[in-house]
Design a protein around this ligand. Sequence first.
Ligand SMILES: [Zn+2]
Ligand SMILES: [Zn+2]
Length: 153
Amino acid sequence: MADQYTGGCLCNSFRYQFKTEPQTVYICHCTECQKISSSAFGMSVRVNSDDFKTTRGTGKLIKTTADSGQTKKVLFCPECGTTISGKPNSGSFIVVKAGTLDNPNWFRPIAHIWTKSAQSWFSFSDGLPKYRQAPKNKDELNRLWLNYVSETK
Ligand SMILES: [Zn+2]
Ligand SMILES: [Zn+2]
């Protein structure tokens, strides 16, 4: 646990912080996360919207449609293009892209979601729960996170 969590984009013109612990942290293999991360999967850190503060610069917002069909707003740095976060139209959280955190070891994921579109070479060898799509119960990932946190205390 840190006093506060900070992060930013590649060129450092966009910076943010949040002070509360995340609601959950997971790996997402959906095709949107593959595009947005320009890589094989995304690592998502759900943070209370009220707690997420921009401390430098102004991000640019684009609207996207997730594999679930839900629309959301994605925030990225207009200078270097690093994706910072996504915000679903429903829900009171922001999904921060873990790769933008200043310390990559602050959090670890508790599940894999959207495994049906995972890249074929990926081997799920960490024993974490897997979901073919997003869990039907919206609180499922938060519950897994709380279990993990209470076990590591
Ligand atoms: Zn930047
Ligand atoms: Zn995704």
